[in-house]
Write a protein that binds this ligand. Structure first.
Ligand SMILES: [Fe+2]
Length: 205
């Protein structure tokens, strides 16, 4: 499947489209941009199936309801499901002084949940640490890592639901993956798992 990066300059965060050309189904990950940016896909007959959230922070869920209005089912891990309607947990209040609440998730995810896009499977990997319900989405040779893993860094662990203990376990879990993946983080440029194990400073071989 194809990954399209959508950059939201205002929040320095990345949204991604996952596109299956065969079925013409697609999903958006962490929508911090208006669905109008995908108008070419809508106009060309592609069907939006899912909003996949890596976690529940404001800069990853900003346009969740607008994308839902275009037919998507909103998916988030059970550990962060409460963030959608809680501007204190999603950090809207602290960063924005905004009382923004979103509707509930349509699909609550767990570790190893599978999302189908056409004949393809996207696997949910639970990676708590930054938040309790942080996940990576994995398919083909792609890992969409949210605020768990960045190029040369990892997510902060001083927020509601954060845990250093969880993050240490997540680092071990990611380090133990043999296969290499292209990593698409929630902020900054893409990297690879192999690069992060060797040069990133957090994972290890
Ligand atoms: Fe975050």
């Amino acid at each position: 499947m194809r990954v399209v990066t959508l950059y939201s300059a205002g929040y320095a965060s990345n949204s991604y489209l996952i596109v299956d050309e065969e079925s013409k189904e697609f999903a958006v990950v962490d929508p911090s941009v208006d669905p109008a940016v995908a108008s070419d896909f809508f106009n060309d007959g592609y069907t939006l199936k899912y909003v996949l959230l890596t976690h529940g922070h404001f800069d990853h869920i900003l346009f969740v309801d607008e994308w839902r209005a275009n037919g998507a089912k909103v998916c988030i891990h059970e550990g962060d499901a409460e963030f959608l309607g809680d501007p204190s947990k999603s950090l809207y209040l602290q960063f924005f002084a905004r009382d923004t609440k979103h509707g509930d998730a349509d699909i609550v995810l767990r570790d190893k949940s599978i999302i189908k896009l056409g004949n393809n499977s996207i696997e949910v990997m639970s990676t708590p640490g930054h938040t309790k319900g942080s996940v990576c989405y994995i398919f083909d040779d792609v890992m969409i890592s949210g605020d768990t893993l960045f190029e040369g860094s990892i997510g902060r662990t001083d927020l509601y639901g954060s845990s250093n203990t969880d993050m240490r376990e997540t680092i071990e879990k990611l380090s133990a993956i043999d296969k290499d993946y292209t990593v698409y983080p929630g902020h900054g440029g893409k990297t690879t798992l192999a690069h992060e194990k060797t040069y990133g400073g957090y994972l290890h071989n």
